[in-house]
Design a protein around this ligand. Structure first.
Ligand SMILES: [Zn+2]
Length: 299
């Protein structure tokens, strides 16, 4: 067997903003890339309305060129993760601040129809021909309008890309075999990490959040798939740091020591939503039930 036992397999992650590919499922990505899987990241928006969350980057020249800066950050993260990447080209909706929430800005991603949003994604699916896709759940993972829209558009594209009658001008139909939702920020993981931090006598950044986070066993039970990827957490962290405007190196992302994360929760977690191959859950591999394509094994 070659050092790339899974060459020929393809994984597509659909994300809302540049940095989401590094904060959700990035260690899984690094693991599959190391095994020879081609991983393609699709970024729906340019992140133009994101804030600068790192005090060190909160400078006028960064704000003036935020779209370009975020593009360069994405390029760096892409290279660290070893993926290819495309932009869908939609405009960030921004986080609607206020009570009641203000209307979304005209022309933003959150306001496009599922059909309009899915068109460029269907084209990319039919070109890249992924065996597996990931996206967010119906709540967006967290309720940013672009994350919810990412879910809507991904599910629409997943279905329509396989339909030979649908938009033939976007390419030959392609059936993605499995689609997953990210559930990396689940409550049981947070509990485990907070408890391990307490046991180690460390202050946890999640105490307050956990105190407000109601138990929801039905939601926790949606996790079907835990991908062991602890040894790739350092790659995830490097990719996150590449998004310098979005990630404060002294902030909560890096407050939990790596060895604690690797010890208490060495997986990234997913929900298998649709499978067109026989597979049984729980599972520990996004490609469970999918054979390495024969055409690539010969070469
Ligand atoms: Zn996002």
């Amino acid at each position: 067997m070659s050092s790339s036992p899974r060459a020929g397999l393809r994984l597509m992650h659909v994300h809302a903003h540049p940095d989401d590919e590094s904060s959700k499922g990035a260690a899984t990505t690094a693991k599959y890339v190391a095994e020879g899987v081609d991983v393609h990241v699709v970024t729906c928006t340019g992140g133009e309305r994101g804030s600068v969350l790192n005090p060190q980057m909160d400078r006028p020249e960064v704000w003036e060129n935020i779209a370009e800066v975020r593009r360069a950050e994405m390029d760096a993260a892409r290279d660290i993760l070893g993926v290819t990447q495309d932009w869908l080209g939609f405009v960030d909706s921004g986080w609607p601040d206020g009570d009641p929430k203000p209307p979304l800005p005209e022309g933003c991603f959150g306001l496009v129809s599922a059909e309009e949003g899915a068109r460029p994604l269907i084209r990319l699916i039919r070109e890249f021909r992924p065996h597996v896709m990931t996206t967010y759940d119906e709540n967006g993972g967290y309720p940013h309008p672009d994350h919810i829209q990412c879910h809507v558009v991904s599910m629409f594209a997943f279905e329509k890309a396989a339909d030979p009658e649908y938009a033939p001008e976007l390419g030959e139909p392609w059936q993605v075999l499995k689609i997953y939702y990210h559930h990396g920020f689940n409550r049981p993981r947070t509990v485990a990490i907070v408890e391990a931090m307490r046991a180690a006598g460390l202050e946890s950044p999640w105490e307050e959040r956990l105190a407000k986070w109601k138990e929801d066993p039905a939601h926790d039970a949606r996790i079907t798939t835990r991908v062991p990827c602890g040894e790739y957490f350092p790659v995830r962290d490097q990719a996150l740091l590449a998004h310098a405007t979005q990630i404060d190196p002294d902030g909560h992302w890096f407050a939990v020591p790596l060895d604690i994360q690797q010890k208490v929760w060495p997986t990234e977690d997913y929900e298998l939503v649709v499978s067109h191959v026989p597979s049984s859950t729980p599972e520990d591999d996004l490609f469970a039930g999918i054979a390495v394509p024969a055409e690539r094994m010969e070469s």
